[in-house]
Design a protein around this ligand. Structure first.
Ligand code: FAD
Length: 533
């Protein structure tokens, strides 16, 4: 239903709210308001958008496809005020209700992080259609940024910025994610070694705190809130707008893959590339474990540099490591970039017959995972359980980790890709909330498994979950200094261990900006407590 703010509505709203609040507070000592009375209360919130109370299954689902918490209502906001009014309303109800609020970008979470059991889910995508603003102030391109809503998708931002010949610098591998969703985590991809994660490329935020206040923040203004929100798992506020730093956009990309059979050589080359002054624009890598010796589709859509040599290549059942690189260029500088690529490749020690190169547009390169998404969707394989495990591993532990995990725990990589690539810690800001290892270089290792529903075999959920547990147990018992990314824990003690020395500050920020613990309950870090519950 829609509720538009007219003066008549306002009077009705005040009368109704007063009556219901009065009843709710006087009854609170005896019984808490029922779901029905809370729904009635919510209908009185002055909105330009509307609440839905029916057909909410969508808001109880996510990409992980394993956790389902049904909300009481979904807010479809038409303005930032709608979000602020709703949160303020819940804040003013105080502890008379257990109501919580979760912002939902696209629901690409893995463990119900964007869900709110019997609470309110805010459909951040409702504000998506609103115009973005690309600004090239005083300093021109150097200081350019795009100002977007928190629910905006990165793919839309890319297309809009390209109209101005500009682009954000740091990405995720998949662009159909929302700005608020990735900035609440970190946003890491093959550009992070150079530009830092997406949270290192934000100039300003507009945030609705857990008290319903709309606050602007940046490195200079309300900086404590600014840094806390970045990587803050939605705990301190809902990101309603963000200013993202831009750079000139290239038109084309040389996309390169080479293989290694020796892990030490593979990581040495990766580390050499991320530390070099002149290097690629994107560096990632992945693991191929295939005991049969038949290679899977690691090179599909790539042309071999030497087709005859490449056709003779076989893995002999060895574990292989694929280094993936990209160099951006424009047509007029194609020959310069060719030379740079040659020079960079000449310093690497990959298996020479495995050099594969593709030339694609910048958009096609960045939007590459969407192609796989469409294929998987058409086969009904997108909406399966995704027991993903993402780890940040310090450089000093990566060899020990690889030996045990790729050499022993995992028998093959047929359940999904395993990404592995290093990043420079100097590009991450210590003041943000994201938890990363202490060392100058650390690796993102991502086990991106899909489970076959109802299978009890090696491709089933139980098998993959027990494999994940073995990996985590190994890291813990060998004290590898590993931190989980996109982490999921069930107890506060586990979160405390995850945050380590920053836990007390994280808790302090929570009590400052969301003292009633209303926001982002799906992470299960804090639990809004209600009397007599
Ligand atoms: P949601 O799932 O909707 O929300 C995630 C969390 O953020 C929830 O706690 C939610 O309450 C909170 N939130 C959402 N919007 C806001 C807001 N506006 N303000 C405050 N809090 C908010 N991550 C990477 O870093 N790198 C990758 O390369 C990468 N690739 C991925 C590929 C795929 C196919 C998928 C499914 C995920 C990938 N991710 C990657 C993970 C992704 O960044 C996170 O799952 C992210 O949270 C998803 O964004 P979303 O918009 O769907 O967020």
């Amino acid at each position: 239903m829609k509720y538009r703010t007219t003066s008549k509505n306002r009077i009705n709203y005040l009368n109704k709210t007063f009556m219901i609040m009065f009843l709710a507070t006087t009854m609170a000592t005896i019984i808490l308001p029922s779901s029905h009375s809370i729904s009635l209360l919510l209908e009185t919130v002055p909105l330009e958008g509307h609440f839905s109370f029916k057909e909410l299954t969508h808001a109880a689902k996510d990409f992980g496809n394993r956790f389902q918490q049904h909300p009481l209502a979904v807010l479809h906001p038409n303005s930032v005020s709608d979000i602020a009014n709703t949160v303020k309303y819940v804040w003013q109800m105080g502890l008379n209700s257990g109501l919580t609020v979760a912002a939902r970008g696209c629901g690409h979470s893995l463990h119900g992080q964007a869900q709110a059991h019997e609470g309110i889910v805010i459909n951040m995508g409702s504000l998506r259609a609103s115009p973005m603003k690309v600004v090239q102030s005083g300093g021109g391109v150097k200081e350019a940024y795009v100002d977007v809503y928190g629910g905006e998708l990165w793919i839309n931002i890319l297309h809009e910025c390209l109209k101005y010949g500009l682009t954000p610098k740091s990405w995720t591998d998949y662009l159909h994610l929302s700005v608020g969703g990735t900035l609440s985590n970190a946003g890491v991809s093959g550009q992070a070694f150079l530009h830092g994660p997406q949270i290192s490329n934000v100039l300003q935020l507009e945030v609705v705190t857990g008290k319903g206040e709309i606050v602007n923040c940046s490195k200079k203004q309300n900086s404590e809130l600014f840094y806390s929100v970045l990587g803050g798992l939605g705990q301190f506020g809902i990101i309603t707008r963000a200013q993202i730093s831009l750079q000139p956009a290239p038109k084309m990309v040389k996309w390169i893959r080479v293989l290694y059979s020796d892990f030490k050589t593979f990581v040495r080359d990766q580390e050499k590339l991320i530390s070099a002054q002149k290097t690629f624009d994107y560096i990632e890598g992945f693991v191929i474990i295939n005991r049969t010796g038949l290679l899977n589709n690691w090179r599909i859509s790539f042309n071999p540099q030497d087709p005859v040599q490449a056709s003779h290549f076989s893995s002999d059942g060895k574990t292989l490591f694929c280094l993936e690189m990209a160099k951006y260029f424009n047509h007029q500088e194609a020959h310069i970039s060719e030379q740079e690529i040659k020079m960079l490749l000449s310093q690497l020690s990959y298996i020479s017959s495995t050099l594969f190169i593709a030339e694609v547009s910048y958009v096609d390169f960045l939007d590459r995972v969407h192609v796989s998404e469409l294929k998987l969707r058409s086969k009904g394989l997108w909406e399966v359980p995704h027991p993903w495990l993402n780890l940040f591993i310090p450089k000093s532990s990566i060899h020990k980790f690889a030996e045990q995990v790729f050499g022993n725990i995992l028998k093959d990589t047929s359940n999904g890709p395993i990404l592995i690539y290093p990043v420079n810690r100097s590009k991450w800001d210590n003041r943000t909330s994201v938890v990363i290892p202490e060392e100058d270089i650390f690796y993102l290792v991502a086990f991106l498994s899909s489970a076959v529903p109802s299978s009890t075999g090696n491709d089933g959920l139980e098998h993959i979950l027990s494999q994940n547990k073995r990996i985590l147990d190994y890291c813990e018992s060998n004290q590898l200094g590993v931190k989980q990314y996109l982490a999921h824990y069930t107890t506060q003690q586990e979160w405390k261990t995850h945050f380590g020395p920053t836990w007390e500050f994280f808790k302090q920020m929570k009590s400052t900006y969301d003292p009633l613990e209303i926001l982002a309950p799906g992470h299960r870090i804090f639990h809004k407590s209600i009397p007599f519950s």
